[in-house]
Structures are given as C-alpha cells and as structure tokens.
Design a binder for this molecule. Structure first.
Ligand code: ADP
Ligand code: MG
Length: 378
C-alpha cells in the first residue's frame, strides 16, 4: 500500500478509486510571456503531487492534504462556486467547479513539489486532481482542454491571473524533454533537453524569499502588456519584433515600452534556445539564460535582491548561465552548471546569501520528467 493510499484510508476510512500524479515545473526560458501569446520552454520536474480520489454516493465533497495535517474540509458539491471563502482547498475546489463531477467525492492530496517556491505546486495540485477526475468520471477531456480548465480554476476560482504555461507543462511534458509550448493554441513540440550526457546539471535555487508585491506586481505587468497591445493595435505582443516595437516607441509610455521589450526579446530568446538545444550548444544556452535574467531584472523589473544574488553567485562559481524563474519577487532561480561543480556552486551561493543576511536558500536538481499520469486504479 502506497503512502497516499494509507493516508486516504486513515482519513476517509476507505480505499481510493484512483490515484493520479502531476509534476511541478521549471521554465527553462520564456518567462512572463505566456499571457502575451508567446512560446515558452518549460520542463516538468520529478517532484509531483498525488491526488487520491473516491466517488461518493451523495453530494458531499471532502478534501484533505498531507501538507495541511490531513484536516478534512467539507462542502456540498452544488454550493461550490467562485467567491466561496477558503484556503488551499480552493485549488482543488476550483478544479471541481470547472469540471463538474456528477457526484460527491473524497480527495486526499500529498504534494512533493515545494509549496510557493516558484515550481508551481499550484498547477501540480490542480492537474493531479483534474487528471483523476477526468478518468474517474470518464469526461474524456484532451490535455489541452484540461489545461484550459485548470487555468480557469486558478484564474476564476482561486483568483490568481496565471497564464496557461504551468498547467500545460504539468499535463503534457515528456521525460527527457523540455516542452516548446505555443501559448496561443497550446500546440507543443518536445525538445530534447539532455544536460546530463554533457556533464551538466540544472541547479534549482529556492531563495525562500516571498516578497508581498507578488500578486499586485504580476497584475501590473500584465496590464502594461495589455495596454501596449491596445495602443499598438496588435492582437498580442507575439506579432511584433524588436525593430517594430522600437519604431512605435513614441506611442507608449516608458513603462509600457520596457515591459513590451521584455516580452518581444524573450520570445526571440525562446526560439534561439530551441536552436541551441537542438545543436547541444549549452554555452549558448547559458548566455540566453543570462540575457533572460537581465531582461526580467531591468525591463520587466520582477527580480529581487535574493534572486539577483543567486544568479550572480552561480556565475561567480562558474555556471554557464543563470536566471530567475517564475513570477518573480522571490521564488527560485536556475543555474546551468557543470555536474562536478554542484557542491562547490551551492557553497558559493550559501556564502553569498549569508553575507547578505538572507534566509538560507534550498537547492534541488531535476531531470526533465513525465507529465500527469494515472498511477493506480482501485
Ligand atoms: P507555487 O505554485 O509556485 O508553488 P503558489 O502560491 O501558486 O506557489 O501555490 C502554492 C499554494 O498552493 C499553497 O500556498 C497552497 O495553498 C496550495 N498548495 C499547493 N500544493 C499543496 C498541497 N500539497 N497541499 C495543500 N495546499 C497546496
Ligand atoms: Mg503557482
């Protein structure tokens, strides 16, 4: 009996009908452009969130999480709607609201993706529940449809205006590959991302910083991009290249211009990254990571001292490249390093954090892993 089976039985007194798992993600490159219809290049990490679910013969919905002391939160299926007060359980409730199961359910969650570290534990949670419900109720939704539904859950039910990237990669990723995702139509291409055979490793540095700006800051960046799009009379920033944007600079405020410049140059960097990955040119990939970080720091202004120190210390220690990942204002950075230098790099970063009197960072490494799966049917 697996751990989550046991927790389900202890909490709900029966066995689950199904267990599904969905991973967190790291975005290799293509940050803050999913909502501008851009291309992004994330991969799924090996850490995943498990959802064990059992169908009930009444209208009750009961949810518990190992990471929330197995405490049961209970609702009536017919009363689940946006605006309902709650805490973490709003993520699975949002998925239930978006998918509309035909009867009550019991759900046990066990998440192994670090929470709030910019590795998208929220998408892992949503996608594990969505995958379980899709099979349990035979909805037959495609992965694209599940991505849209789980994004809708986070946008409209939880109230976080996230783009489509996190849910898409958690659902669609393949082991050994990064996922080139076109955020306009959710078409994908797997791009082999095999750092290990070149003696390299992708180090994930969780700065443990969470600056409270996050939510408002994210909305403000999106709003700047949207107002730039309106003023430039284009459908999305996807339609522009840097030269065209620079020609229209006089139509924009300085803030709109630099936000749009990040989006436009980051989209070009994603395309460049695909090319250099196909050529296994990791030196060039490192340079693209550095350029991405500079653009996020200087044009999009979503970095923070902890992220900048993590990046700079990684480069000091000999990384090929490094950048902040995720929404910003805290969370994680990634560094492309020589696998033989992992411990030395960690030591340099730890020392830099201590000197700056920052909270000690946490470190992870991960190979590109498989997306959401049903792992057990009762
Ligand atoms: P990230 O997605 O980067 O980890 P978010 O703030 O978007 O950060 O999502 C983290 C939130 O998701 C947590 O605060 C919690 O509400 C919820 N969550 C994620 N995983 C779990 C879990 N295993 N158990 C309970 N809540 C979880
Ligand atoms: Mg999240």
């Amino acid at each position: 009996m697996s751990f989550i089976d046991k927790k389900f039985a202890e909490t709900f007194g029966q066995s689950p009908d199904i267990i599904a798992a969905a991973p967190g993600r790291v975005n290799l490159i293509g940050e803050h452009i999913d909502y501008s219809d851009g291309f992004v290049l994330p991969f799924a990490i090996s850490d995943r969130t498990y959802a064990a679910v059992r169908v009930r013969d009444d209208r009750k919905v009961r949810i518990a999480s190992v990471q929330r002391r197995n405490k049961i939160v209970e609702h009536n299926l017919d009363a689940i709607k946006p605006g309902l007060k709650g805490e973490w359980e709003r993520y699975p409730l949002g998925v239930i609201w978006a998918m509309g199961p035909t009867s009550g359910i019991d759900i046990m969650i066990d998440g192994h993706v670090p929470l709030g570290a910019g590795l998208s534990s929220s998408a892992a949670l949503e996608c594990s529940v969505a995958t379980a419900l899709n099979h349990l109720f035979s909805f037959g939704y495609s992965l694209e449809e599940l991505a849209r539904l789980t994004q809708k859950a986070e946008n409209e039910y939880v109230g976080v205006p996230c783009g489509i990237m996190d849910q898409s990669v958690s659902l669609m990723a393949h082991a050994g590959s990064a996922l080139l995702l076109d955020c306009r139509d959710l078409s994908t291409k797997n791009i082999a991302f095999d750092v290990a055979s070149s003696g390299l490793e992708l180090l994930i540095i969780d700065t443990q910083a969470h600056h409270s700006l996050t939510d408002g800051g994210y909305a403000e960046r999106r709003a700047s991009c949207e107002s730039a799009v309106a003023k430039l009379a284009v459908k999305s920033l996807r339609e522009l290249d840097l030269a065209q944007l620079e020609q229209s600079q006089n139509l924009l405020t300085n803030t709109e211009f630099i936000r749009a410049r990040h989006a436009v140059t980051e989209m070009a960097r994603v395309m460049d990254a695909v090319q250099v990955l196909e050529a296994k040119n990791f030196v060039a990939l490192g340079q693209l990571l550095n350029q991405s970080h500079a653009s996020l720091r200087d044009d999009y202004t979503v970095s923070c001292p902890e992220l900048n120190v993590a990046v700079e210390a990684s480069l000091t220690a000999g990384a090929l490249g490094a950048r902040m990942v995720g929404g910003g204002f805290g969370g994680s950075a990634i560094a492309l390093i020589h696998a033989a230098h992992t411990q030395a790099t960690i030591a340099v970063i730890e020392k830099a954090f201590a000197e700056n009197k920052f909270k000690a960072p946490r470190f992870f490494t991960s190979l590109p892993s498989q997306g959401a799966q049903v792992i057990q049917r009762g």
